[in-house]
Design a protein around this ligand. Structure first.
Ligand SMILES: [Zn+2]
Ligand SMILES: [Zn+2]
Length: 266
């Protein structure tokens, strides 16, 4: 795999990663393309996830140029999608010439599944249903993103064993079918996010069954991202992602430049 399209640096509220080290790690691992996709989530706690976009853009443009002979750096953003902030999110994304925009669900009805309160007084099934419904709502509402990030992200934090997190597609099949179909009809993609594999979980976000179903429904746009928050995790478990893509029948995956997707053969 020669492209990691989901990476964080010190411009994200939850990362201290040095930008040069992140880029050099990607180059060392043989990557030809990468996207730095730092977080923006409006009004999260003390504003810890509000991206200093002006500075970010200026800095990344410099780095893009500096490393252009070794790797193509796409300037991306991972934008938390929340209906409450619809106007601000659109304004932010359209004010800069991003190469790539991941739309993600981090906060659902005011709560982040990262915190255990999200799961209090209800089953994991019900929590997942709420999560997926909020994704549907976001897809209906938002247009200004390229791929939907880590579709079943909340499962990372569900208070159950790694084994129990391996849900069957059929359990949420109707909702997933609706999500995937809407994304395909809107010309949006999904990603395979390998981050859970570094913490001992068995499945990527989303899992192989979802990726297979996406392909079956006609989905073509798919990126692969480590969601690394430090340099060593760039490209983590990408062999598994590649196997998943092949298994689902893909012969390519995607990178983005100027918000347009490019097919990279597997
Ligand atoms: Zn995320
Ligand atoms: Zn991320």
């Amino acid at each position: 795999m020669i492209a990691d399209f989901h990476i964080h640096t010190r411009f994200s509220g939850d990362s201290e990663a040095d930008v040069d080290k992140v880029i050099q790690s990607a180059i060392t691992k043989g990557m030809k393309y990468m996207a730095i996709t730092d977080h923006n989530d409006f009004e999260y706690e003390n504003g810890m996830f509000e991206l200093d976009t002006e500075k970010y853009f200026e800095y990344m443009t410099k780095k893009k140029n500096e490393y252009k002979n070794d790797i193509e750096l796409s300037i991306g953003i991972e934008c938390g999608l929340e209906p409450t902030f619809y106007d601000r999110i659109n304004k932010l994304i359209s004010s800069y010439d991003f190469d790539f925009v991941i739309g993600s669900s981090h906060v659902i009805n005011g709560m982040d599944p990262y915190y255990k309160e999200y799961f209090e007084n209800r089953s994991v099934h019900d929590a997942m249903v709420e999560y997926l419904k909020s994704i549907l709502e976001n897809i209906d509402m938002f247009d200004n993103f390229d791929v939907y990030g880590h579709l079943d992200y909340m499962m990372r934090y569900a208070p159950i064993t790694a084994e129990e997190k391996r849900y069957d597609y059929a359990e949420y099949g109707q909702l997933f079918d609706e999500i995937l179909t809407k994304l395909i009809n809107k010309g949006k993609g999904i990603e395979i996010n390998t981050s859970p594999l570094k913490s001992g979980l068995y499945d990527t976000n989303p899992n192989l069954q979802v990726v297979k179903r996406y392909a079956k429904l006609g989905g073509k746009i798919i990126t692969v991202g480590s969601d690394a928050h430090s340099p060593e995790y760039v490209g983590h478990s990408f062999q598994i992602a590649e196997n998943m893509l092949r298994d689902a029948g893909f012969t390519h995956f995607n990178v983005f430049r100027n918000r347009n997707f490019i097919n990279i053969p597997l």
